[in-house]
Write a protein that binds this ligand. Structure first.
Ligand code: PLP
Length: 286
């Protein structure tokens, strides 16, 4: 596979480099294709079914749906019951994923946790479970590939810092572990710093020293609407790169507030969810 390219971005006179992992595939984009690398490399005949669970606007869900479509694998996705609003949506990641053949199962709220943990029973070796958001140990492999690309691409550059936003923290964590010679900045976009650390500790015992978790400017709630996020999104878009509206604005805000060196930002994809987010912004702030 060819390396994803690196673009230059000038924001308020500051240079950012952006590794365009968003351009790999419109549905299987950003860190999701890195985290699913092992599955992408798996021959079709080795598996017949992928199981996952989580939110219905999830970028990981769409990425897995596209992957299963390409491989001819069955994809079953479990969620909590859908709201009326979600059922009435006419676009977005959920509908895209259904088009790729995803089978959606709504679980009752009361039994959700237990039923999710019961998914691990009755598996055979041709079924694979991807935990919510792709937070799996196997993600390490694809992030190792990303790390090698970065090392190669930055070998003649002075850039010594990387950045990528966190949901589960899988991407930032494994990137930092694979690249001890770089500082890796991240910030929690789901929950707070403590929550992010707990998530990371479910994958490794000790957090690497080169991983720097920046405190968000204020307490943000995941997928809520913030005018400053929209403003930052538009500012970046005007400079020529579209980022997602859930993770990237919080990360750029923290970087602009709290750092001043040249940074390689790893675009984590997720642009497919922007349509839904932009129509929510429009409805709320028109
Ligand atoms: C999933 C996702 C993240 C978070 O990745 P983690 O490895 O779970 O921390 C960040 N940005 C975008 C756009 C995503 O889709």
């Amino acid at each position: 596979m060819r390396y994803t390219s690196i673009d230059k971005l000038n924001i308020n006179g500051r240079i950012f480099y952006v590794k365009r992992d968003d351009l790999y595939d419109p549905h299987l984009s950003g860190n999701k294709f890195r985290k699913l690398h092992k599955l992408i490399q798996t021959p079709k005949e080795n598996l017949h079914k992928i199981i996952s669970y989580g939110g219905t606007q999830s970028n990981a869900m769409l990425a897995i749906a596209k992957l299963c479509f390409l491989k001819g694998w069955e994809f079953i996705y479990y969620t909590k019951p859908l709201s009326q609003h979600q059922k009435e949506q006419t676009d977005g990641n959920y509908l895209e994923a259904l088009k790729f053949g995803m089978k959606h199962v709504e679980l009752e709220l009361e039994n959700y946790k237990k039923q999710i943990s019961d998914l691990r029973f009755n598996l055979d070796e041709k079924i694979y479970i991807v935990d919510q958001g792709g937070a799996v140990i196997d993600a390490k492999e694809g992030l190792g590939v990303l790390a090698n690309e970065i090392t190669e691409q930055l070998k003649d550059s002075d850039v010594k810092s990387l950045a990528t936003p966190s949901g589960t923290g899988t991407t930032a964590l494994f990137l930092a572990k694979s690249l001890p010679q770089y500082k890796v900045y991240t910030t929690p976009c789901v929950g707070d710093v403590e929550y992010l650390k707990t998530q990371m500790h479910s994958l490794v015992e000790e957090l690497p020293e080169n991983l720097v978790i920046l405190e968000p400017r204020k307490k943000y709630h995941f997928a809520k609407l913030y005018p400053n996020f929209l403003e930052l999104y538009n500012r970046l878009l005007k400079k020529g790169i579209e980022f997602d509206l859930l993770y990237a604005p919080g990360m750029f805000e923290a970087l602009l507030d709290q750092t001043d060196e040249e940074i390689l930002y790893i675009h984590s994809g997720g642009v497919s969810g922007n349509k839904t987010m932009l129509s929510r912004y429009e409805n709320k702030f028109k």
